[in-house]
Every structure is written in structure tokens, then in C-alpha cells.
Design a protein around this ligand. Structure first.
Ligand SMILES: Cc1ncc(COP(=O)(O)O)c(C=O)c1O
Length: 344
């Protein structure tokens, strides 16, 4: 039985082409900056992002942590969303390792933070307060229905950051889902931010790795910070060779993932006992609720699992589904039929 794993796009397995590239990769010591594939990936990532420089890191979590550690000195404050991955799911690393105070502001369903709230959150110079150092956004926003955040909004936040002498970071774990949904280039979307982290290992289907992009000075400091955190990876060309295929070839895959997400959301919307706001589905992530008098959450999850379909209950009777590389249109149709059968 095929397993249709809709829990996350982090479960993607590399294609044969990626596996072959890993096998064939010519390697060197990347801490000495002698690995050709890493150097090439970093160069291409810098060009793609419109930034001066880029750095391969082991994970999105480390990419965000390094960015915060470079932008913020100890005891300063970073403004971020209360539903952001960095606040909720990164083990409090920014405070544990950076002594950075997080100032969490409400994320609305579209992943945005009210601009006035951001302005009001910036600290005035007073001995009682930490100094504000950074504003961080997430794009697409995982917990906010995978919403893509527009350039217009990013630029407005960037203006506020610049007016107040603050840095701006984007957790772009799924930034290529945003550029695809918004039909914009990465360099244009993040033109006015200081740094971005994007993941190779989610929609881009690589087994490991993320990339941080920013100015030459920022990346130089990030490189030192990566070493301090134990993220210098030696023959990292086995990761970069996969990453090069991903950033050059997987754009069409992401469009397909979005089309599959639309198909799935449309189908779920027609099933009695399920509640989904399909207008909120803009990329590859969706949330829906179980509203059935006859089928319990436990039964639904178990029966779907028996059909080979996996997904998470994120809170009571509320579930997340994520489309990604390896999930085909016929898998979506099979999934919808399984839901229909169980709920009827
Ligand atoms: C929005 C977002 N940022 C960062 C991360 C962290 O990435 P990693 O799992 O590579 O540490 C994730 C992981 O799912 C994510 O969804």
C-alpha cells in the first residue's frame, strides 16, 4: 500500500536525480570553503535572493537562530509573530543562546502583524526597556494557513524597520511557495529585508539543509556563528549538490503542489462533516475541522491511516494537510474518496 503522507512537506524524499547528484558530488572541506558544490550553491542562492552573499546551514532552525544572533546583541528585543515558527517551535533558542527578548505580536489568519502594533511595540529609549533590534516575519506562514506575504506588506514593515534603525529578517522556510503563489521573483520579494532563511528540505525535496542570504558582512558574521554552533559541515557538497538541483528545477513542482492543494481543498469542502475555508488555501498548506455527530477524531485518524493516509490533528478536531513532492493528483483523489467513505 502506498503511504500518502500529508503531515508535512518535511517528509519529502529525494528524487533519483537528487540521489544521483549526491552520489556523484565532487567534495571538499567546506569549513575551508573548498567544496565546489557548496560554493556554487551559495553563489546561486545569493544571485537568486538578490543579496551579496549566502551560507549553507544544516537546518531552518539554525538559519533563523544564526540570523537573530548576528542581528541582535544580548538583552535586545526582537519583534515577531505569536504564531511564528521561531517563537513556537525553535525551542526558545533565540533567548537560550542569544539572550534575545522576544516581543510577540498577534499574527492574523493571513500571517500578517498589524503595522500599528509593530510601530507601538518598538521601544523608546528608556533605561527600563530592552532596545528593539529586529523585526522578523515568516513567509509563507506555516501556522496561518500557509499564507504568502506580499511584497507590498514586507516593504511597509521594512520602512518601519529602517525609520527606527532596526534590522529585518524573513523566515522563508517556504519562500518559494510564496514566490510561486505571488508570481514574483525572490529578489524582488525580499528586496528590502536584511536577511532571509530558506529551506532546501521542505517543498524543495532535499534531504537536509537551509540557506541564509544577506549582505557580505552579515554572512561573514553568520559563518563564524555557524561554526560556533557546530554547524560547519566539512564535505557538505553532498547537501549542496542536492540543493543545486532543487533551486534550479523544482519551481514547477511547487506549482503542482499548489494545484494539488486546491484540488484537495475543493474536495474537502464538498464533504459533509468537514469544514474548510478554501479561500484561505493559497499554497500547499491547509487546515480543516471535523464537524460530524457520528465520526470521532480518533476514528477518522485511524481509518485514514488504515487507508495509508497520514495527517496530524493540530488541536481537538482540527487538522493540517500539506501537499508536496511525491504526492500526485491521483493520491489526492484517493484521499478524497477515503474521506468521503469514512464520513458517509
Ligand atoms: C516556517 C518554518 N520555519 C522554520 C522551520 C525549521 O526548519 P528545520 O526543520 O529545517 O529546522 C520550519 C520547519 O518546519 C518551518 O515550518
Amino acid at each position: 500500500m502506498k503511504i500518502i503522507d500529508l503531515r508535512s512537506d518535511t517528509v519529502t524524499l529525494p528524487s533519483n536525480e537528487i540521489r544521483q547528484a549526491i552520489f556523484d558530488a565532487e567534495l571538499g572541506d567546506d569549513v575551508f570553503q573548498e567544496d565546489k558544490n557548496v560554493n556554487l550553491l551559495e553563489k546561486q542562492a545569493a544571485t537568486l535572493s538578490g543579496k551579496e552573499s549566502a551560507l549553507l546551514v544544516p537546518s531552518g532552525t539554525m538559519g533563523n537562530l544564526i540570523s537573530f544572533l548576528v542581528h541582535c546583541s544580548r538583552g535586545t528585543e526582537a519583534i515577531l509573530g505569536n504564531k511564528s515558527h521561531t517563537f513556537i517551535y525553535e525551542a526558545g533558542g533565540i533567548s537560550a543562546f542569544g539572550g534575545i527578548h522576544s516581543h510577540q505580536l498577534h499574527n492574523s489568519d493571513d500571517g500578517l502583524i498589524n503595522l500599528d502594533h509593530i510601530k507601538q511595540a518598538i521601544r523608546v529609549d528608556n533605561v527600563h526597556f530592552p532596545k528593539t533590534s529586529l523585526i522578523s516575519l515568516e513567509n509563507t506562514h506555516n501556522m496561518c494557513f500557509g499564507s504568502p506575504i506580499s511584497k507590498d506588506y514586507i516593504d511597509q514593515v521594512s520602512n518601519v524597520a529602517k525609520e527606527n534603525n532596526l534590522k529585518m529578517h524573513i523566515d522563508g522556510a517556504r519562500i518559494f511557495n510564496a514566490t510561486t503563489a505571488l508570481n514574483i521573483t525572490l529578489s524582488s520579494l525580499i528586496e528590502n529585508v536584511d536577511s532571509v532563511t530558506f529551506c532546501l528540505s521542505k517543498g524543495l525535496a532535499c534531504p537536509i539543509g537551509s540557506v541564509v542570504c544577506g549582505s557580505k558582512d552579515f554572512i561573514e558574521s553568520a559563518r563564524r556563528m555557524r561554526k560556533a554552533l557546530g554547524g560547519g559541515m566539512r564535505q557538505a557538497g553532498i547537501i549542496a549538490a542536492a540543493g543545486l538541483i532543487a533551486i534550479n528545477k523544482l519551481e514547477t513542482q511547487i506549482s503542482e503542489d499548489h494545484d494539488n492543494a486546491q484540488l484537495l481543498a475543493d474536495g474537502l469542502n464538498q464533504i459533509d462533516g468537514l469544514d474548510i475555508d478554501k479561500n484561505k488555501v493559497k499554497t500547499n498548506i491547509m487546515y480543516f475541522e471535523l464537524k460530524s455527530d457520528t465520526v470521532s477524531s480518533k476514528y477518522l485518524l485511524k481509518e485514514m491511516q488504515n487507508q495509508g493516509i497520514l495527517f496530524f490533528e493540530v488541536s481537538p478536531n482540527r487538522y493540517r494537510l500539506v501537499t508536496h513532492y511525491g504526492i500526485t493528483q491521483s493520491d489526492i483523489i484517493y484521499t478524497l474518496e477515503a474521506f468521503q467513505k469514512i464520513l458517509s
